[in-house]
Each structure stands twice: as structure tokens, then as C-alpha cells.
Design a protein around this ligand. Structure first.
Ligand code: NAD
Ligand code: UD1
Length: 345
């Protein structure tokens, strides 16, 4: 167990960052959140404060802004960084590649440069199972080959993984954790914080939740002709609080080992879209209407993790099952039908 630390969380107002900030505060760490609110709202910070009994320090700013980073490191005694800030929509990345490379790749370079200047060498980075591409061999272990990403978002994640490896190879003081997330879903038990995507959701769970709550009509189910047991896509859904717990374990690990380590954060179990719909219907007691439409371009048939390395090396494994993920996602949606918008804290 590492002692209490002072941690910078970039993108800490976002979906995954907010749950991790709460977990860090509850574990006794001091947290500084840096966020430009490009995909989040200030409301989340007061919700975190209510849940944790104390607030994270907040700096409104951009990871691409080197001066802002230096001021932050001058002002706060940061010992480690968790880097969530970035853009994450696959479809948008194809329309705005420059924006994606600037935020995800240049943003990370600026951050690492400022960290090195201030002698901060512990970093936990948000990568994605998307780097494995379209693989036939399941489960995916960290040794599975990375694929050829089909979009700028995926390429930006792979580029960052590679540039971080270069940093770790060149300077032995870096301790870097690359965490490859599978499909994070669910929300904190309180229903106070959760996933609040802008506009029409791209991802399955927020879409289903919004159908169930009556905000959207029917789910478009992208393809039932995949080579999977029921023909629909299979994914490894992981509860966001299990994911947050994985970050705490990775933080401890980068404190005791140098170099770059890669860990999958998944459950090791895949569920089809139809299984997810059924589980959600059980959780909310309502019918979720859907229509089958053609496959979405770029989707893989199946994707699930071998989470064994994280268990062996970090002592971490996911504990929450699909029903709990669905129940928590539904509680958040039901109590915040419009997300953080229009919310009086
Ligand atoms: P999110 O959009 O909810 O959170 C990202 C946060 O970063 C937002 O609060 C946004 O305002 C902020 N941000 C974006 N660009 C910034 C910049 N230049 N400077 C400062 N702040 C900036 O996304 P999320 O789901 O919480 O994802 C967090 C990270 O995890 C991202 O890097 C994403 O690519 C990665 N990831 C997410 C998933 C997923 O399913 N959610 C899966 C794999 C990887
Ligand atoms: C998607 C991204 C991936 C990113 C991840 C997390 C694509 C091609 N991939 O992964 O790069 O890391 O989100 O942000 O966008 N589905 C439907 N109808 C919908 C939405 C989804 O049927 O409206 C199906 C999909 O075909 C898939 C499953 O649900 O089988 C999960 O989809 P989604 O939640 O978007 O995650 P991924 O596609 O795994």
C-alpha cells in the first residue's frame, strides 16, 4: 500500500475520471482535477464532493496548454498523474482527425513534457481494447498483437502507447501504466454520478438507458449476423467502479516499478447485445424496444479480455456482474433523465 499521495487527474470531470476521482478521495488521496469541460459539466464536481465529504481541487484548463500545466505543477505538489483527458468518439474522429490528434496525442506530449520538467514520472494512461483491432483469438491478453486501427481515435490511442514506451525506454525514472479498458458501463450506487454523453449516444448502454427512460425511441441493434452464439456482437462490459479500483492498484504499481506496463481492465466474460438488453430489461422492469439494422462499420464481432495479468501483478480483478452494472446504470438514468443538464447540483 502506498501512502497518501497528491494526484493530478486530467479529464477528472468525465465519466471514468469522475468515478476514479471519487475512489481516490475515498482512499484518502489528495486530488487535483484538470478539465476543460469540453465533454463534461461542473455539476459533477459538487456531486463528487457530496459523496466523498470533501472536494477535489479543480483547475479549469487544457492539457494542450503547457503554461497551464506548469502553473499547476508549481502550485500543487503532484506526485503522480492519471491521464483521462481526451476525445473518444470513433465517428467524430473520422470527421475531425486534427482535433483528435491534437487532444489525444499532442495533449499527452505536453503533459509528459511538463511532468518531466517537474520530476514527476508516475503516469497512469487511459488506453482502450480498440488497440487490439479485429482479432479472432479470444480472450485478448496483453501479449496479443495490436491490430491496425480503422479510425483516428484508435490510431491516437496506439500512437500514445508507442510514444509512452519510447519515454520509458529512454528514461528509467518513468513508471507508466497503460490500462486497456474493455467496455466500461454502470455508475456509482448513489445514482449521483454516471455517464452523460453529449447528444445521441454512440455507445450501447447509454443508448439503451435513454430508450428505457423514454428519451429515445428504439435501439438500433447493429447486426445479428455475426459469427457469435446469437449473431449479435459480444463485448466485455466492466463496471466503472471496478475500473476505478483498477486505477488505484495501477497507481501503487507505478510507485514500486519503473518502465512501462500494460494491463487489461476487463472481466474476462463476454455478453452479446441481446443478453445486455435482457439484463437491462430485468433491471428496469420495462421493455427496451429495438430494431435490427445492418452492422456498424468498424465494429468487431467479439472482444473480451484475459484479465489474468492484472490479477497476478496488481492483485486486481473485477467483482461486479452484469446485473449490477445494469441496475446501477438504470438508477443513474432514472434519477437524472437529462444527465447533469438542468440539474440543481
Ligand atoms: P469523457 O469524455 O466522459 O471524459 C473525458 C474528459 O476529458 C471530459 O471531462 C473532457 O471535458 C475532458 N477533456 C477532453 N479533452 C481535454 C483537454 N484537451 N484538456 C482538458 N480536458 C479535456 O470520457 P470517458 O469515457 O471518461 O473516457 C476517459 C478516457 O478513457 C478517454 O481518454 C477515453 O478515450 C478512454 N477510454 C474510454 C472508454 C469508454 O468506454 N468510456 C473506453 C476506452 C478508453
Ligand atoms: C466503441 C468504440 C471503441 C471505443 C469504445 C468505448 C466503435 C466502432 N468502437 O466500442 O473504439 O473504445 O466504444 O468508447 O465505435 N451497439 C448497437 N447499437 C448501438 C450501439 C452499440 O447494437 O446503438 C452494439 C455494437 O455493435 C457492439 C456493442 O453494442 O456490438 C457495444 O457497442 P459500443 O458500446 O459502441 O462499444 P464498442 O463498439 O465495443
Amino acid at each position: 500500500m502506498v501512502g497518501k499521495m497528491s494526484i493530478l487527474v486530467t479529464g477528472g470531470a468525465g465519466y471514468l475520471g469522475s468515478h476514479t476521482v471519487l475512489t481516490l478521495l475515498q482512499a484518502g488521496h489528495s486530488v487535483v482535477v484538470l478539465d476543460n469541460f469540453s465533454n463534461s459539466s461542473a455539476v459533477v464536481l459538487s456531486r463528487i464532493a457530496q459523496l466523498a465529504g470533501r472536494a477535489p481541487t479543480f483547475v479549469r484548463g487544457d492539457v494542450r496548454d503547457g503554461a497551464c500545466l506548469r502553473n499547476l505543477f508549481l502550485k500543487y505538489p503532484i506526485q503522480a498523474v492519471m491521464h483521462f483527458a481526451g476525445l473518444k468518439s470513433v465517428a467524430e474522429s473520422a470527421r475531425q482527425p486534427l482535433n483528435y490528434y491534437l487532444n489525444n496525442v499532442s495533449g499527452t506530449l505536453q503533459l509528459c513534457q511538463a511532468m518531466a520538467e517537474f520530476g514527476i514520472y508516475r503516469l497512469v494512461f487511459s488506453s482502450s481494447a480498440t488497440v487490439y483491432g479485429d482479432s479472432n483469438e479470444m480472450p485478448l491478453s496483453e501479449d496479443s498483437p495490436t491490430g491496425v486501427p480503422t479510425n483516428p481515435y484508435g490510431r491516437s490511442k496506439l500512437m500514445v502507447e508507442e510514444l509512452l514506451q519510447d519515454l520509458a525506454d529512454a528514461e528509467g525514472r518513468w513508471g507508466i501504466a497503460v490500462l486497456r479498458y474493455f467496455n466500461p458501463v454502470g455508475a456509482h450506487k448513489s445514482g449521483f454520478i454516471g455517464d452523460d454523453p453529449n447528444g445521441t449516444p454512440n455507445n450501447l448502454l447509454p443508448y439503451i438507458s435513454q430508450v428505457a427512460v423514454g428519451r429515445l425511441k428504439a435501439l438500433q441493434l447493429f447486426g445479428n449476423d455475426y459469427p457469435t452464439p446469437d449473431g449479435t456482437g459480444v463485448r466485455d462490459y466492466i463496471h466503472v467502479l471496478d475500473l476505478a479500483a483498477g486505477h488505484l492498484c495501477a497507481l501503487e504499481a507505478v510507485g514500486r516499478r519503473s518502465g512501462l506496463s500494460t494491463w487489461n481492465l476487463g472481466t474476462g466474460r463476454g455478453y452479446s447485445v441481446l443478453e445486455v438488453i435482457s439484463a437491462f430489461e430485468r433491471a428496469c422492469g420495462r421493455k427496451v424496444d429495438f430494431v435490427i439494422v445492418p452492422r456498424r462499420e468498424g465494429d468487431v464481432a467479439q472482444c473480451w479480455a484475459d484479465p489474468g495479468k492484472a490479477f497476478r501483478e496488481l492483485g486486481w480483478r473485477a467483482e461486479r456482474g452484469l446485473d449490477e452494472m445494469m441496475a446501477d446504470a438504470w438508477r443513474w438514468q432514472l434519477t437524472n433523465p437529462d444527465g447533469y443538464k438542468e440539474s440543481g447540483v
